[in-house]
Design a protein around this ligand. Structure first.
Ligand code: ZN
Length: 719
């Protein structure tokens, strides 16, 4: 939009006010040329004598663009004519912002065009069709919608083209993959240069086929009795899944019986090759390699082994680009099932087909390429050397870019910490901006050496962080023992009132084994005991016991004491719930007497009464295992919309039996249930309740004599 030029054009002005009370706004139109492009102007005026000169809005529309100008504020808006919003018919000039809902008919009466000519002009210019021409703004709205979607489409296209061009550029600048070198490396590093010797025994003889040399040999594995047999060639007896030596080439191979040759004779693995990219960038090529051990057979006297060989192959699955100042870019090798072609794409597949980059072997050339790139200080080589197992250099370098301190950690030998960071356990970092390891990790300075000795073990680190946090100073061995007990932070509260050595000794005593044995059974016993003991102490403490009392600190039987604390904690939780519902639903208790007068009834066998307070309803629900203790029922009872009644045996008035919900207005039973949502003694109880309801409706409730009589027998009447 040429906003300045549009603003300069004088307003069209309203020739005259339209009659009719319902008309609130009148629109005038005209077509003006700006820079040789026709613009449709739509100006909307208030239908008042004093508003004929300046419109509320001026909308300018061309074939490709539109804009709305508000002369009152001098502001421009790019929103559509009906964007005043909520019901999507809010016309932009309405002072209420279109938030007041109106019928279409009302809108048409309130917002009109000045003349028929205006309508014709709009229709011709927009070249759209609408359902009702009285809603003339729909022409403009349609046109604006088309323009907007066209703009988005172009924007999307441009973005796609840019991405595609960047992808092309990366492909262009990526070096060739040294396939031969990769396969050679894979055979040795991924598959351990493994060969297979297929075999089939027949009596004292055996046929063996070697995948390395392809040779097929028939020989004796069992010494014969006859003289001639002594001159036959002999070999060792093949044993499935053991390694043997090929009698032809002398190489070692795994024995596999001929019958199993068809199945699972292939293995997959993954490796990374790093190369320099552009000037200082770096690209990791992620390759899937496969080795197959194949046995060729032919049918003669049975299935005969003819020839054996090995097949190595590889596919590049992904490329990961690292460039200074840029986000890490991952390109994936995909296959298009329709065209049958392979191609590179700059995003992963979604859902189940998602390509994951697994840890793998790293080709030695990678480290040389790292040294020539901006990642030269990443210590990737040192990390891989320390880890010894397969790693993902992608994860490592991504972490390094995020947390450059990784270099320092690796070089100090704190591999465990780095492994934790790679698994995204960022909780172990105390100060992400710190340069010094003790500050970065939040441990005492003196501990760094020990942590290095432990190779950055994260369990040990957790204990060291706790030591620092609690301002303590423990011995090296105490740190190790606490880490072995594996209770982490949970123990910190215990250590407020118990010395660390005392705690460790107790755990060892309860567990019946010591620290540092290296025996996995002992470790798991220690950890289980430490966890239970900590739980026990924490529960005791939370329940408000005096934690200086040695009887509480050192129970003779830990399991029994632990169980007792669990029980007590549960009870305490229940008490908290009861106190809270009583506070939230106080009317249950307040109206108890009134409801009791209304609903109490008893005969020789049963009695029924309302709940005394919210807590009683919660307990009823808990004992009978149904849901009456939930907030829904409590609220209904509290508001007098559904009264909870307890039906109990007359000779066991304190034992919950049946719970009833009654509609206090209609005196109708909504539902009744016993334990576990069942209806015990269903027919008889239904009969009893039906009779009770009839009584209620006749106004013979608790006011009856039975009540007085039963109360007299000692049923609690008062609160
Ligand atoms: Zn061989």
């Amino acid at each position: 939009m040429k906003k300045k030029a549009i603003e300069k054009i004088p307003f069209l002005t309203l020739p005259g006010v339209r009659r009719g009370k319902t008309v609130e706004y009148v629109a005038v139109t005209d077509i003006r040329e700006i820079a040789a492009e026709p613009h449709l102007f739509i100006e909307v005026y208030r239908n008042r004598k004093d508003s004929k000169d300046i419109p509320v809005v001026r909308i300018a529309l061309t074939g490709k663009d539109f804009g709305t100008f508000f002369p009152g504020t001098g502001a421009w808006s790019g929103s559509r004519i009906t964007s005043g919003t909520r019901d999507s018919h809010g016309l932009v000039w309405r002072e209420d912002g279109g938030h007041v809902l109106r019928s279409r008919e009302d809108r048409e009466k309130e917002n009109v065009l000045y003349s028929q000519k205006d309508l014709e002009r709009i229709r011709a210019f927009t070249n759209e069709t609408v359902w009702r021409e009285e809603s003339w703004w729909d022409f403009i709205d349609r046109r604006q919608k088309d323009i907007t979607s066209e703009k988005y489409r172009k924007k999307g296209m441009r973005k796609y083209e840019r991405r595609q061009a960047a992808l092309e550029e990366r492909i262009e600048n990526t070096g060739i993959l040294p396939e031969g070198k990769i396969l050679q490396y894979a055979d040795q590093a991924v598959f351990g240069s493994r060969h297979t010797i297929f075999y089939r025994k027949h009596g004292p003889r055996v046929t063996v086929a070697c995948t390395e040399c392809g040779g097929v040999t028939v020989a004796r594995w069992k010494q014969g009795q006859s003289y001639e047999s002594r001159f036959e060639r002999t070999v060792e007896e093949p044993v499935e899944n053991h390694y043997g030596i090929c009698p032809e080439c002398g190489k070692t191979g795994l024995y596999v019986p001929q019958g199993r040759a068809g199945r699972m004779r292939a293995q997959k693995g993954y490796l990374f090759l790093g190369q320099q990219y552009q000037k200082t960038g770096f690209v990791l090529r992620y390759v899937e390699v496969e080795k197959e051990w194949v046995l060729e057979e032919a049918w003669e006297n049975g299935l005969e082994m003819v020839y054996a060989h090995e097949k190595l192959s590889g596919t590049e699955v992904a490329r990961i680009y690292f460039e200074p100042g840029k986000k890490v870019q991952k390109d994936y090798h995909k296959h298009d099932p329709y065209s049958g072609k392979d191609f590179w794409d700059d995003c992963n597949l979604s859902g189940l087909a998602n390509i994951t980059i697994k840890p793998g072997k790293i080709m030695p050339e990678t480290f040389g390429a790292v040294k020539g790139s901006f990642l030269r200080y990443s210590a990737l080589e040192e990390y891989c050397a320390a880890e010894k197992t397969d790693t993902s250099p992608v994860d490592y370098l991504e972490r390094y870019l995020h947390t450059p301190q990784i270099e320092m950690l690796v070089k100090m030998g704190l591999t465990g910490v780095v492994r934790g960071l790679m698994a995204c356990h960022y909780g172990i970092v105390q100060d992400a901006d710190a340069e010094r390891p003790e500050l970065f990790l939040g441990i005492r300075k003196e501990r760094v050496k020990q942590l290095v000795r432990e190779k950055g073990d994260t369990d040990i680190l957790t204990v060291m962080q706790m030591e620092r946090r609690m301002h303590r100073c423990w011995t090296d061995s105490q740190i190790k023992c606490l880490a072995e007990a594996g209770i982490g932070d949970r123990v910190s509260e215990v250590l407020m009132y118990m010395g660390v050595q005392k705690f460790l000794n107790r755990v060892a005593k309860y567990a019946g084994c010591g620290y540092g044995t290296g025996c996995s059974t002992a470790v798991s016993r220690l950890q289980g005991t430490a966890s239970r003991y900590t739980d026990y102490l924490n529960m005791r403490h939370a329940l408000g016991y005096d934690m200086t009392n040695t009887v509480y600190l050192f129970p003779r039987n830990l399991d029994a004491a632990h169980a007792r604390m669990v029980e007590e904690s549960n009870k305490k939780e229940a008490d908290i719930r009861i106190a809270s519902v009583c506070a939230r639903y106080p009317l249950i208790k307040k109206h108890y007497r009134r409801y009791r007068k209304q609903f109490y009834f008893a005969d020789g066998e049963f009695l029924i009464r309302p709940a005394r307070d919210a807590g009683e309803i919660v307990m009823e629900g808990r004992i009978l295992h149904h849901c009456v203790g939930g907030d829904g029922y409590l609220k209904k009872h509290n508001d007098g919309k559904g009264i909870i009644l307890f039906l109990r045996a007359a000779d066991a008035p304190d034992t919950p039996y049946i719970t009833v919900e009654i509609d206090p207005e209609k005196k109708k039973i909504r539902q009744w249930y016993g334990a576990h949502d069942k209806k015990p003694d269903k027919e008889r109880m239904q009969e009893w309740l039906d009779a009770y309801v009839v009584r209620l409706k006749c106004g013979q409730g608790a006011a009856g004599q039975d009540a007085a009589q039963v109360t007299g027998q000692g049923f609690p009447a008062a609160m």
